[in-house]
Write a protein that binds this ligand. Structure first.
Ligand code: DHB
Ligand code: FE
Length: 284
């Protein structure tokens, strides 16, 4: 069976949920939040729900359907998908609006730390004969004052069928996941393939919401990156390709004009891409 035949929302959801539990200590990070803040946040979110119920005269049947649906989202492990598609983009906006350098965009549910080291110039791990247009990306990491930075560029993306390794079955563990480490000149050269547009899983609870609401499930083709350097804020971003039919209506609302690549087709059939990163120093 192919990856496409075996992939299910429940399987990728369960993997995303498990990943989130293993990597983060979300409760520790907020253990000193004052009760006043928790009170205000919880009360205002609930008020918005109450207002919506009154405004639309929500029925018991609709309330029970919501209850059943929310239980299913949890059982499918789809909370990471739901939150990263419909909520994270606003958190990201708020978190990065002070930056002078790159602001970035959402992380999404499919980051895995510790991808294989590929040097400053290298090829991301991929299968023999990996399909998709080859892409060579030249870039440089600098600080906001223009100083080059010895940096780490972690890159992960879907394959030419829209699947992520470790979340869809049948792919090598680190397929299309790599860590590129620059020297003090900040320069990197990455060889990879161009990913396909990605449809968030349609066979689970998020898919049910999408079809019930008459939405579509597409994210435009994108590369995910995390760029880090000592003394600088971590940049989490995605890069997009001009002409993708979903650049204007991304289900995850994560496209920004400054994240658009400008691929230049080469005589050998590959695309050349130039894209640099500017990191903000950590405020002292
Ligand atoms: C989802 C998947 C992605 O690849 C992404 O970048 C953002 C969200 C998702 O399925 O929720
Ligand atoms: Fe993605």
């Amino acid at each position: 069976m192919t990856t496409a035949e075996q992939a299910t929302a429940a399987a990728s959801g369960a993997s995303a949920t498990e990943r989130f539990h293993t990597d983060k200590s979300p409760f520790d990070a907020v253990k000193n939040t004052p009760t006043e803040r928790v009170d205000a946040l919880a009360r205002e979110v609930l008020s918005a729900v109450h207002e919506t119920i009154r405004k639309h005269r929500v029925s018991y049947d609709e309330y029970n359907a919501l209850k059943a649906w929310m239980i299913n989202v949890g059982q499918d492990g789809e909370w990471p998908l739901f939150l990263d598609v419909w909520v994270e983009h606003v958190v990201e906006d708020v978190a990065t609006d002070h930056r002078e350098g790159n602001k970035g965009t959402i992380e999404g549910p499919y980051y895995v730390p510790g991808a294989p080291e590929c040097g400053a110039a290298g090829t991301i791990p991929m299968r023999d004969g990996e399909t998709g247009t080859p892409m060579v990306w030249h870039g440089k990491v600098t600080s906001t004052d223009g100083t080059p930075l010895a940096a780490k560029v972690e890159l992960w993306h879907a394959d030419a069928d829209g699947f992520y390794s470790q979340f869809a079955p049948g792919l090598p563990e680190w397929n299309l996941r790599g860590t590129f480490t620059t020297g003090p000149d900040g320069i990197f050269t990455i060889t990879t393939i161009r990913p396909a547009p990605y449809q968030i899983p349609t066979d689970g609870s998020c898919g049910k919401l999408i079809s019930a609401a008459g939405w579509h499930a597409w994210r435009p083709a994108h590369l995910h990156v995390k760029v880090s350097a000592p003394g600088h804020e971590l940049l989490t971003a995605q890069l997009y390709f001009p002409g993708d039919p979903h650049n204007g209506d991304d289900i995850a609302t994560a496209v920004k004009p400054e994240l658009m690549l400008d691929p230049k087709p080469q005589p050998d059939g590959s695309d050349a891409v130039a894209y640099d990163f500017v990191l903000d120093p950590v405020a002292r």
